[in-house]
Design a protein around this ligand. Structure first.
Ligand code: NAP
Length: 277
């Protein structure tokens, strides 16, 4: 951006000013339009969401849905505006009102295993469906949705063709350890993929860690049992902001060696979703 401003200043002081400045201004205007979006993050105080917020706020207008007013200072100091709503207690209409005029809704909320299966169902499934319904309720152009789900969320009977013995063992172990989580995430994703009233993309990370991000990942048709840093998940979510051509795709996302932007671009070009039903 600094470079662009410098270019503009130097073009404006050159003899051929009108034409060069005109084109540079036009290019800057178009890149600003592309860069600056209105974004709302549901689950805004989450570990991934706060990282995402910090990535987005320098160039986008970010709102953050939280249910606890004590988090407001964290949200404002990350450069976003807090919106107080609860996925469990607020009605769909309040979410619709919050989504009006937004370009993109991120959903990165979850019960995090607290409160047993009932609460996992309430937040990870019913809360997600509430958000889908709320987007459908927006009048006129509806925001896109970028949803965080998880790798291997699927019909347990449908085994992806690229899974090897190790994947099958990991899948079985995880399903045994957190069956309610895998089930309700699946129900939410199944509900979403049937919808065509708005554009959506699902990011499906592997187990999350707090180690520093590398800016690299393995994207699409990945193997299980590989973790990914929350920094890198936030980076993947940020890259998807400008990729409305990722609509209709569910993207497996684990640690790897491909620069994230490149991996997501290749995945979109291939156009083969990782959600197999
Ligand atoms: N952990 C993993 O290894 C893993 C792997 C794959 C995918 N994921 C998914 O990745 C996503 C982000 O993970 P994370 O580590 O960032 O999660 P996190 O830190 O637990 O954040 C989840 C957020 O959801 C919010 N939330 C819970 N109940 C809510 C409600 N009723 N209304 C509004 N917000 C509510 C929480 O707010 P409060 O603080 O107020 O409770 C919290 O800010 C989650 O969807 C998770 O399921 C996790």
């Amino acid at each position: 951006m600094l470079l662009t401003i410098r270019n503009l200043v130097s073009a404006a002081s050159s003899p051929n000013t009108l034409t060069s400045s005109h084109y540079l201004l036009k290019a800057t205007f178009h890149s600003l339009i592309k860069m600056s979006k209105k974004v709302i993050i549901v689950g805004g105080h989450g570990n991934v969401s706060l990282r995402l917020t910090r990535l987005l706020t320098p160039t986008n207008a970010v709102k953050s849905v939280i249910r606890n007013p004590e988090y407001e200072a964290d949200i404002t100091s990350a450069g976003a505006s807090p919106v107080l709503l609860s996925l469990e207690d607020s009605p769909v209409a309040d979410f619709t009102a919050a989504f009006e005029g937004q370009d993109v809704v991120y959903f990165s909320a979850g019960a995090g295993g607290k409160g047993g299966e009932e609460r996992t169902k309430k937040v990870d499934y019913e809360g997600a469906v509430k958000v889908f319904d709320a987007i459908e309720g927006v009048q006129g152009v509806k925001p896109r949705l970028i949803l965080v789900s998880a790798i291997d969320v699927r019909d347990p009977e449908k085994i992806p063709a690229h899974y090897n013995e190790e994947d099958l063992a990991v899948s079985q172990r995880v399903r045994g350890a957190i069956p309610a989580y895998m089930h309700w995430k699946y129900e939410a994703d199944k509900n979403l993929v049937k919808r065509d009233a708005f554009k959506w993309t699902i990011l499906r990370p592997g187990g999350l860690t707090n180690v520093p991000g590398t800016g690299k990942a393995s994207v699409g048709r990945t193997h299980l049992g590989v973790t990914i840093s929350r920094d890198d998940v936030a980076k993947g979510l940020a890259v998807l902001l400008d990729r409305d051509d990722a609509a209709g795709l569910a993207i497996d996302f684990v640690g790897g060696e491909t620069p994230i932007e490149e991996g997501i671009d290749a995945f979109i070009k291939k156009g083969e979703t990782d959600f197999l039903g």
